[in-house]
Design a protein around this ligand. Structure first.
Ligand SMILES: C[S@@+](CC[C@H](N)C(=O)[O-])C[C@H]1O[C@@H](n2cnc3c(N)ncnc32)[C@H](O)[C@@H]1O
Length: 237
């Protein structure tokens, strides 16, 4: 198709529109230890992408509350949270290979049994692999801020994606976002406040709960003099 006759976005039927591309596949160096962790631990802790809904209880081997984390980075905070909340199960998704190797390595080192890892675009996982009402919580910590105006459209936290995400959450479940980019924090507050079935647990931004340690990206933001904003909303119906 030539540039000239390619339809523009507004002419493309809704079902064919590409959803947000919220990440750039960074090359990043995979250490030998990270690669070894993938080779040896993926069968036990990895979940391959598929286009049908999966049974999370079966994947974790128990019927405990399930929390989805999108964009775990190197996984250090995720593993710490899983240790602090051993009664919950964490489905941790990222696209970054060295991060996947690193979280698997940490899972083994720390002997953590309540994390399963996926290496795939979380938008597609949400669209295809998660059953409605299957989650008790959702964590999205320091998603890429895409701070340039022309890149804002690549932000993960936008109404259309949150609208796809919320049916996956049980009534009474929560969504916890955090960012070090003030303007994104304002956008997050606007987006979540726009859903009638969500209730803010705070007046605006929430205190950082005890279960969330400082993340790698958060520490970097603080070194640059950024603030930190947490948002926690619960689903009403
Ligand atoms: C800025 S980093 C933050 C990592 C970590 N949460 C932290 O606070 O240190 C954002 C992460 O989200 C991942 N990411 C972005 N979009 C994603 C998507 N659609 N699916 C899965 N991971 C995604 C990126 O690969 C990256 O590792």
């Amino acid at each position: 198709m030539t540039e000239q006759n390619r339809p523009n976005e507004s002419q493309v039927p809704e079902q064919y529109k590409r959803s947000i591309r919220s990440f750039v596949l960074r090359q990043g160096h995979m250490t030998a230890a990270q690669q070894k962790a993938i080779d040896t631990l993926w069968p036990d802790f990895g979940i391959d992408y598929q286009t049908d809904a999966i049974d999370l209880n079966q994947r974790f081997g128990r019927d405990n509350p399930k929390v989805l984390e999108i964009g775990f980075g190197m996984g250090v905070a995720t593993v710490e949270i899983a240790k602090r909340l051993p009664e919950k199960d964490f489905l941790a998704i990222d696209v970054h290979g060295p991060g996947v190797g690193n979280i698997l390595k940490l899972i083994e080192e720390e002997q953590v049994g309540n994390i399963r890892v996926m290496r795939h675009d979380a938008v597609e996982v949400v669209e295809n692999m998660l059953a409605d009402g299957s989650l008790d919580g959702i964590h999205i910590f320091f998603p890429d801020p895409w701070h340039k105006k022309r890149h804002n459209k690549r932000r993960l936290v936008q109404s259309p994606f949150i609208a796809k995400l919320l049916p996956k959450l049980k009534t009474g479940g929560y969504i916890h976002l955090a960012t070090d980019w003030e303007e994104y924090a304002v956008q997050m507050l606007e987006v979540l406040s726009g859903f009638d079935n969500l209730r803010n647990t705070a007046e605006n931004y929430a205190p950082t709960p005890d279960y969330r340690p400082e993340t790698k990206f958060e520490a970097r933001g603080k070194r640059l003099g950024h603030g930190v904003w947490d948002l926690i909303f619960t689903k009403m119906e």
